[in-house]
Design a protein around this ligand. Structure first.
Ligand code: GLU
Length: 269
């Protein structure tokens, strides 16, 4: 089977050293196979065309190449809608009208120890089974959706998340927000399959989202890629680079005269 990797940045800011490491890692793992670029621009309020161009420029400068045209998630909304409808028709989704505040109140807004999952606070289930109108979000009914352990491959190693952990440690994740009609989880799963991605390389900050993706793949009858979650690039204080860390933008180093090899060294390649 051909080896197909992707790098899937969101054009919401300049690429920094963490992105460079992620893209170069995927690129190197794709040697002999194919490397694809995908723009995760479903968040139209934060995505900017200037960042799209900067992403192309930075990655080309680093020596990466990919087939054109690049897949943009903003053009894929009908595919996400179809996937959502399938899950709906399977009886696995429900409409949710909760605001962040409603959720905090339902949890009793304790001072400490609110349960956190990959998407933040684990939804307390207020709207489940309520047939809400005017919903702000569509959620996955995790207890209905997951019937057994979820397993994926981290390289050659099988990793398992139990059904109980899916329900209690992840909960009813959002599959679609009303304003954008989809979510990160739903679109990434639909598009990894659409693009024939066999190997997903991404940061270990996304590892906890992987069982959600594997579950959605199983429910939607999509193939399961092999995953590789790589180390994160940290600043001198050991803090991982934030989504927008302009001080470590690739473009900034380039303007200061750094070479692509300097960038490779900086990220430990
Ligand atoms: N678009 C995501 C990000 O920029 C990456 C998604 C993924 O690799 O699955 O963090």
């Amino acid at each position: 089977m051909a080896h197909v990797e992707r790098f899937a940045p969101s054009p919401t800011g300049p690429l920094h050293l963490g992105h460079a490491f992620s893209a170069l890692t995927a690129w190197e793992r794709a040697k002999g196979g194919q490397f694809l670029l995908r723009l995760e621009d479903i968040d139209t309020a934060r995505s900017r065309e200037e960042y799209v161009q900067a992403i192309f420029d930075d990655l080309h400068w680093l020596g990466l190449e990919w087939p054109e045209p690049v897949l943009r998630q903003s053009t894929r909304l009908p595919a996400y809608r179809d996937a959502l409808k399938r899950l709906h028709d399977m009886g696995l989704t429900y409409a949710c009208t909760c605001t962040r505040r409603d959720i905090a109140e339902a949890l009793g807004a304790p001072q400490e120890g609110v349960p956190l999952g990959p998407d933040g606070v684990i939804y307390p289930g207020t709207c489940r089974g309520q047939n809400r109108q005017g919903a702000a979000a569509i959620r996955l009914d995790m207890a209905k959706a997951v019937t057994g352990d979820i397993t994926w491959l981290e390289g050659d190693t099988p990793v398992t998340t139990s059904r109980e952990e899916m329900i209690e440690g992840i909960g009813d994740v959002v599959l679609a927000r009303k304003d954008i009609g989809t979510s990160y989880h739903l679109s990434v799963v639909v598009d990894d399959a659409f693009q024939g991605i066999t190997h997903v390389t991404r940061g270990e900050d996304l590892r906890d989202a992987t069982p959600i993706h594997r579950l959605l793949q199983d429910l939607l009858g999509l193939p399961a890629p092999v995953y590789h979650h790589h180390r994160l690039i940290r600043d001198e204080n050991g803090k991982r680079l934030a989504k927008r860390d302009d001080a470590r933008a690739i473009g900034k180093y380039r303007d200061e005269g750094a070479t692509p090899d300097d960038i490779r060294k900086m990220v430990g390649l």
